[in-house]
Ligand binder design. Structure first.
Ligand code: FES
Length: 125
């Protein structure tokens, strides 16, 4: 019962993940700013042509960053946590700026070049 309680508490404390099934056109993914829902500063981009999901994060002052959710240690898919990204293969973790905060990974996450306007964010793959 204690184990179940711990799992339930950790699930309740997480924000729901905000997924967006995008299309890719000419090597670009366009994400409407409206896809950011209140209380959640992250949109997780999925597409069958992408080997790894992309996390698009909104920061204060209309700043955005997008990271490939691929561990830089041995290419495992990353799990989203409240404070960043975690690799459940060997325990590396990254903060919400894509920086390594726990080894064995030593390289920060791949960051995509973005183009923004008042209505959308374009991720250049
Ligand atoms: S593959 Fe992610 S820590 Fe090793």
């Amino acid at each position: 019962m204690i184990g179940v309680s711990i799992i339930m508490n950790s699930l309740e404390s997480c924000s729901p993940l905000n997924y967006y099934e995008s299309s890719i056109e000419q090597g670009k993914i366009i994400v409407p700013i409206s896809k950011f829902i209140e209380g959640n500063n992250m949109v997780l981009i999925k597409n069958e042509k992408l080997e790894y999901d992309i996390a698009l994060i909104s920061y204060p002052n209309q700043q955005f960053k997008a990271f490939e959710l691929k561990c830089t240690h041995q290419a495992n898919s990353l799990v989203v946590t409240k404070t960043g990204f975690y690799c459940n293969l060997h325990g590396s973790s990254y903060n919400l700026n894509g920086k390594v905060i726990n080894n064995p990974a030593t390289t920060n996450l791949k960051e995509y070049i973005l183009t923004t306007n008042s209505e959308s964010i374009t991720i250049n793959l």
